[in-house]
Design a binder for this molecule. Structure first.
Ligand code: SAH
Length: 229
């Protein structure tokens, strides 16, 4: 796993013990994948939220990040990442070559992904957040993470095929193009609206013989929208 430069602690906030307790909570909630837990231990979540919210940064809660959007709960991030790392192609090759994230937001999950995958493309449709993520991520110097201001509902043809696609925004109907942009053995993890009007986490594998879909637990994500703002 890639190292992340230590960012110093100019705010006088010693965060490691809070992060350790967050990781322990995640583990108790059932995500035991050490690669995910170790990567989440490295990324300082408090750097991705406004200073007024820093004390809450290691609680299992979603927090506002501006433009009416939220950073996902650490538990949910861990769950989605562990599902992504169980992609058939990952089990075969021991690596995610190219991963697409839809919904960069503040860049927190993108930073973790970049520690776990070879190349990461992360799309955001709101310019304010795209720029915020850029500035949050600059000090981490993650050369394999590519941030793009784009409508993720279209996927990202240029970077495809992806061994993994992860959406941080809930679609009413899953964009078919995401599945088209998956590599054989690749996996898509995304929240999608269900018949009850709530959202379920969906895991879709593109296998040599077709599409395999599993519906997981209910989740609560901001909606997938289209166009650039
Ligand atoms: N992974 C993010 C979570 C952000 S919330 C984090 O760690 O902070 C989901 C994000 O998806 C929001 O920023 C929202 O603007 C974005 N989003 C919604 N629809 C989108 C679309 N079509 N393309 C790209 N981003 C989208």
């Amino acid at each position: 796993m890639r190292a992340i430069p230590y960012m110093g602690d100019s705010v006088g906030f010693s965060s490691e013990r809070y992060r350790l307790s967050m990781i322990e909570q995640i583990r108790l909630s059932g995500v035991e994948d050490l690669r995910v837990l170790q990567a989440m231990l490295k990324v300082e979540r408090h750097r991705f939220v406004d200073s007024a919210l820093r004390v809450q940064a290691y609680e299992d809660t979603s927090l506002p990040i501006g433009a009416g959007q939220t950073i996902s709960k650490p538990n949910v991030v861990a769950r989605m990442l562990s599902l992504l790392l169980q992609a058939p192609i990952y089990l075969q090759k021991g690596l995610h070559q190219r991963v697409l994230e839809i919904g960069t937001g503040c860049g927190y999950q993108a930073a973790i992904l970049s520690l776990l995958c070879k190349e990461v493309y992360s799309l955001e449709r709101i310019k304010e957040l795209h720029l915020k993520a850029k500035s949050n991520l600059r000090p981490l110097r993650l050369p394999n993470l590519h941030l793009l201001l784009r409508d993720g509902a279209q996927g990202y043809e240029t970077g495809s095929p992806f061994s993994g696609i992860l959406s941080a925004a809930g679609a009413e109907h899953l964009p078919r193009i995401w599945i088209d942009q998956l590599d054989i053995g690749g996996r898509l993890v995304a929240p999608v609206q269900n018949q009850a009007g709530r959202q379920s986490l969906l895991v879709i594998d593109r296998t040599p013989s077709g599409i395999k879909e599993v519906i997981m637990e209910d989740v609560h994500f901001v909606p997938l929208k289209s166009g650039i703002e």
